[in-house]
Design a protein around this ligand. Structure first.
Ligand code: NAI
Length: 475
């Protein structure tokens, strides 16, 4: 039976774009995205979508109310669907066993319980959320323990590899689609049905089918490998800063080896985002539970190196500003965890801002896509401060980079937005306090040009300036 109706549970960064692209590429399939959050669904049905992704507006506008629907009516969508994607959040547990490391599966479980309560007929249930190995077994246990006559389930694992900021492009031109299923005739049939959905636009050779556990583990492994590359180059950036080597030159020389490749070798203030840290911590926890402490320690080091990099960069800012930022006016350019997204989850900017606030700085912030409320929410979160009012009194948010930098002592660039490359730095310099500092945490600016203007520039993985006894600066 070909799939005619799809239900996507979870209208977030993954569920929204994924279901929108399926609706775009499969016009004969009706796709309904449901969420328990009324606000989120109202935003998906409005002119201002809840997330920013290049081209997402255009895709949603083409399909919405044609074969793409956003709703809070989970019951109807589940009942009518042949295939159900579970794309709910799987954050790190904040309490209980595995606190700070294990994935919290309560949202996946509650979605599974809802399906068990409502479903009639045959359903294919697809895990799209990133989950620990063997999570499909837990979902199946819930579904089968609540089994009613005439209902049958197949569980598939179909992890999502999109990256925020390029989600639509990644979905339309995926390197691969991974589908894991049970090694039974029914399991193979369910895998085949999901393959047919993707085959509307993904060549069959790029659709990989595996057993369920390989598929689940591959997602954690892919994120662990990607983050490991960033931590590897960041570890070398520290060596570069004290030896005179330039990490960009090292990365280029290393990346030209075709066995290594050049992607994901850019040194920076550190990686952020909702996935890398959470998924590696989850992997570490799984290894510990499997009594594999050496493997756990190996992957834990990727996280530790990222923490070190964020702390090292923040410390460099303070040290350069005469070891004190108390009451200094400091601009943070960029608050999203990377360019082309408004997502701030685990953003390195939060770490930098927290360190500077702890040292008594006054912060001036600007990000092209992050809303003021989001920045305040992040900086007043209990993990950042126990005194939200103090933070609010020390943070000002601006609508453009020029007002954000006026009359400040230093600029700390935390997100690699393209528009920061082409700002009028002559104008910015003339309106800043002197000496004017720039700390480029993303290595995107023209450091020579900035130094010629008069800025004192510091970046990652390259020694740019040194002071002489006479107090002058040379490069
Ligand atoms: P998100 O937090 O943006 O969205 C999750 C949505 O699920 C929320 O709107 C929430 O209200 C809803 N939800 C939770 N429980 C529900 C329930 N029982 N019924 C109905 N709705 C429910 O999360 P995001 O970023 O979309 O991530 C989802 C999953 O995809 C996670 O497992 C994540 O690790 C994985 N993933 C995320 C990627 C990313 O770039 N954000 C990339 C690849 C995978």
């Amino acid at each position: 039976m070909p799939i005619k109706k799809i239900c996507g549970i979870g209208a977030g960064y993954v569920g929204g774009p994924t279901c929108s692209v399926i609706a775009l590429m499969c016009p004969e399939i009706q796709v309904t995205v449901v969420d328990k959050s009324k606000d989120r669904i109202a935003q998906w049905n409005s002119e201002k979508l809840p997330i920013y992704e290049p081209r997402l507006d255009e895709v949603v506008r083409t399909c919405r109310n044609r074969n793409l629907f956003f709703s809070t009516d989970l019951d109807t969508a589940i009942m009518e669907a042949d295939l159900i994607f579970i794309s709910v959040n799987t954050p790190t547990k904040t309490f209980g066993t595995g606190k700070g490391r294990a994935a919290d599966l309560k949202y996946v479980e509650s979605a599974a319980r809802k399906i068990a309560e409502i479903a009639t007929g045959d359903k294919i249930v697809v895990e799209k959320s990133t989950v620990p190995v063997r999570a499909a077994e837990s979902i199946l246990n819930i579904l089968r323990a609540n089994h009613r006559p005439g209902v049958s389930y197949q569980i598939l694992s179909n992890p999502e590899f999109l990256a925020e900021g390029t989600a639509i492009e990644d979905l339309l031109n995926a390197d691969r689609v991974l589908i894991g299923g049970e090694d039974t005739p029914e399991g193979h049939a369910a895998v085949e049905e999901l393959c047919k959905v993707y085959e509307h636009w993904i060549p069959r050779k790029n659709i990989l089918t595996t057993n369920t556990w390989s598929s689940e583990l591959s997602k954690l492994a892919a994120n662990a490998f990607l983050a490991q590359r960033i931590s590897s180059i960041n570890s070398l950036s520290a060596v570069c800063e004290t030896t005179g080597a330039d990490v960009s030159e090292v990365a280029r020389a290393v990346g030209l080896d075709s066995r290594i490749g050049s992607k994901f070798l850019e040194a920076s203030v550190g990686f952020g985002g909702s996935c890398f840290q959470k998924d590696i911590l989850n992997l570490v926890y799984i290894c510990e539970c499997l009594n594999l402490p050496e493997v756990a320690a190996y992957w834990q080091q990727v996280i530790d190196m990222n923490e070190y990099q964020k702390s090292r960069f923040s410390a460099k800012v303070i040290e350069s500003l005469f070891n004190t930022v108390s009451d200094k006016q400091i601009t943070i350019l960029g608050f999203a965890f990377k360019k082309n997204t408004g997502d701030t989850r685990e953003s390195p900017a939060i770490h930098v801002a927290k360190t500077l606030l702890d040292e008594g700085a006054m912060l001036h912030l600007f990000d092209p896509k992050v809303e003021e409320e989001q920045i305040i929410e992040d900086l007043t979160h209990p993990t950042v401060t126990d005194c939200p009012e103090y933070v609010k009194s020390r943070v000002t948010i601006y609508q453009d980079a020029y007002t954000a930098t006026r009359d400040t002592h230093a600029i700390v660039l935390c997100t690699e937005w393209d528009e920061f490359k082409t700002l009028d730095y002559n104008r910015i310099y003339s309106e800043m306090m002197k000496p004017a500092y720039i700390f480029d945490g993303r290595k995107i600016l023209d450091h020579d040009a900035l130094q010629k203007i008069g800025f004192i520039v510091q970046t990652i993985g390259k020694k740019l300036t040194k002071t002489t006894l006479a107090g002058s600066w040379d490069s």
